[in-house]
Design a protein around this ligand. Structure first.
Ligand code: 13P
Ligand code: SF4
Length: 297
């Protein structure tokens, strides 16, 4: 099947982009593997006729918004991100009315409609830099309340107001202080994603996006307990075969695991499922995403 996928990819001048949480078999076939920011930046640069996003829907929508003229597909239509659904356009509009002087920063784990109402988007890799780049003191931030708390801690001079109460990722909030204690017994470093709970973040040795984990693991030789989706550890083990990484077996993002090799093959063959968004939404969302890309990582 791998051979057939490679042949289809070449025949269709397609590029396959996979998130760090995708099954290793999919990562192995991808031209690009990365975090949300890296996938967005590479999507903006591609010359391919067909862009296949192996990840969740908001990642495919971001690629489409940056490539309105190209065909962007996601192999499984209902691979979504439950965190994205916490933030509705109405919540953003209401918050803007209440805080007219505030800037609206929308995490990329969101719908295209929410991005279209943002002043700028951010990912977990650049949230602090993005918020720090704004002149506004008050920042309306959604949907992830834990990432908002992380940015607030890093930038005490700003007032970060979470606009989607309780917005969280069930995979990351599954990490507890008991997991920190267990990791301490194993030794080495506790490395967590900023979507983890604030009390867990406070006890961690390093807080990083998934791309930040890939880069950070290049230095040092201590064992790492990795507090994010467990596939991240599979990727780290491939990249750094001599290092010890511990995962939490229960930390699984069900949506990230929906795409199989058979789905990928069929998607390339039939060129489906195509991402279709309204041109107005794309135009407005593109401004917010491009502004973020200009700020950098
Ligand atoms: P990254 O941008 O760090 O890859 O995070 C995306 C995500 O969905 C985390 O759960
Ligand atoms: Fe969304 Fe959480 Fe899955 Fe990331 S791990 S895609 S934030 S549900």
């Amino acid at each position: 099947m791998e051979k057939e996928i490679r042949a289809l990819k070449a025949r269709k001048n397609a590029v396959i982009m996979a998130h760090n949480y995708q099954p290793l078999a999919i990562q192995a076939l991808a031209d690009v593997v990365g975090d949300s920011l890296e996938l967005a930046v590479k999507a903006k640069e591609t010359e391919a006729d067909l862009i296949v996003i192996c990840g969740v829907r908001f990642m495919a929508e971001t690629a489409k918004i940056l490539n309105p003229e190209r065909k962007v597909i996601i192999p499984v239509e209902d691979a979504g991100c439950p965190l994205a659904d916490f933030l509705t356009p109405d919540l953003i509009r209401e918050a803007r009315q209440r805080y007219p002087d505030a800037a609206v920063v929308v995490y990329v784990n969101s719908t295209a409609e929410s991005k279209a109402l943002a002043d700028i988007t951010c990912t977990s890799a650049n949230a602090v830099r993005v918020v720090g780049s704004l002149s506004n003191t008050t920042i309306l931030f959604g949907p992830d309340a834990n990432l908002a708390a992380y940015v607030q801690r890093e930038l005490p001079e700003k007032t970060i107001i979470p606009i989607s109460p309780g917005g969280h990722c069930y995979v990351h909030t599954g990490f507890t202080l008991a997991d920190v204690e267990a990791a301490r017994k194993k030794g080495g470093m506790v490395v967590c994603h900023p979507e983890c709970l604030p009390e867990v973040q406070e006890k961690a040795d390093l807080i990083a996006s998934t791309g930040g984990m890939v880069r950070g693991a290049a230095d040092g030789d201590e064992p790492w307990s990795v507090f994010t989706e467990r596939e991240m550890v599979s990727r780290l083990r491939v990249l750094y075969p001599g290092r010890v990484f511990y995962e939490k077996p229960e930390a699984v993002c069900a949506d990230m695991k929906k795409i199989s090799l058979a789905d990928l093959q069929q998607a390339l063959d039939r060129e489906e499922h195509e991402i279709v968004l309204s041109p107005e939404v794309m135009d407005r969302a593109r401004r917010a995403i491009e502004r973020m890309i200009a700020v950098g990582a």
